[in-house]
Design a protein around this ligand. Structure first.
Ligand code: FE2
Length: 285
């Protein structure tokens, strides 16, 4: 059993509480915030690193947007997800692939793999948590893949050269494309915060940053360290799969969980494509 399968809770939220929070009613918001904070210590900041809320299927898309922003504000500070200040990102297939352009984002594809953490390419603070609210699920595939950093570090404990290489700063491509914005942001893949491991990763963005002119190529040890990390991320015994149903929202600790998804195929027809609402949350201060 890996770390992420331990004591994984799915919280069924009372329908009256759901609609009250979506309408911004103070008593409903206080009640849900109290329940979330109760779970936060056991499920997010420690434990499996994620928490699923279910019972949200009654919400239409506008109410779901209000709900996911309200939940995000209960856990910290909702963060913009691009330079234009977008607070809720629609995660859906936009008909592109990561290979089709330097500014394509993983969340706009229906590709699987590429396990990563969110927001690593944005200068400034990395989201502490992120949420995904499932509005519509794919016809097939589209399950979340989760790997806990504690399991990775445990496997790497006899490989200090790999750990040291992962602690060295590398560049992440910002995928922005505008000349007045930074092209890369330097970060370490692995950090220890008071002894607790924190991870930041998306290999494709590291490699594209280090292909840019003026950025030193990755060292052989850095490449080997990422190869080793990728091998661990591919190990089935370290992975947890979680396929969200419509009306479920997952909160994920973005500093301890590396995530991805399985490739997916959409239902044919207009307005039937897989759609998730995503928020990023800065740590409460
Ligand atoms: Fe992601």
């Amino acid at each position: 059993m890996n770390h992420s399968t331990l004591n994984v809770p799915t919280c069924e939220v009372d329908p009256l509480l759901v609609s009250g929070v979506a309408r911004g009613e103070p008593a409903a918001c206080e009640a849900l915030a109290a329940a979330l904070h109760d779970h936060e210590g056991r499920c997010l900041s420690s434990g499996p690193g994620y928490l699923v809320l279910s019972g949200l299927g009654q919400l239409d898309e506008e109410a779901a947007r209000r709900f996911v922003l309200a939940v995000s504000a209960m856990l910290g500070w909702p963060m913009p997800q691009d330079f234009d200040g977008e607070m809720i990102r629609e995660v859906r297939d936009r008909g592109v692939t990561l290979e089709s352009g330097a500014t394509v984002r993983y969340s706009d594809t229906r590709q699987g793999g590429n396990l990563h953490t969110d927001g690593m390419h944005r200068p400034g603070e990395i989201p502490a948590y992120f949420t995904l609210h499932c509005v519509r699920q794919a016809a097939s595939g589209g399950a979340l893949v989760l790997v806990h950093v504690d399991d990775l570090v445990r496997e790497l404990c006899l490989e200090p050269d790999v750990v040291a290489a992962l602690r060295e700063p590398v560049h992440f491509d910002t995928r922005d494309g505008r000349p007045d914005r930074p092209a890369t942001v330097p970060r370490s893949i692995l950090e220890f915060d008071g002894g607790s491991p924190r991870i930041t990763y998306l290999r494709e963005y590291v490699e594209s940053a280090h292909r840019r002119p003026g950025i030193a190529p990755l060292s052989r040890l850095q490449v080997r360290a990422m190869d080793r990390l990728d091998a661990l991320l591919a190990r089935e015994d370290l992975r947890t799969y979680r396929r969200l149903e419509p009306g479920q929202l997952i909160v994920i600790n973005n500093r301890t969980i590396v995530h991805g998804r399985t490739a997916f195929e959409n239902e044919p027809g207009e307005g039937r494509n897989r759609l998730l609402f995503r928020t990023w949350i800065a740590a409460a201060r």
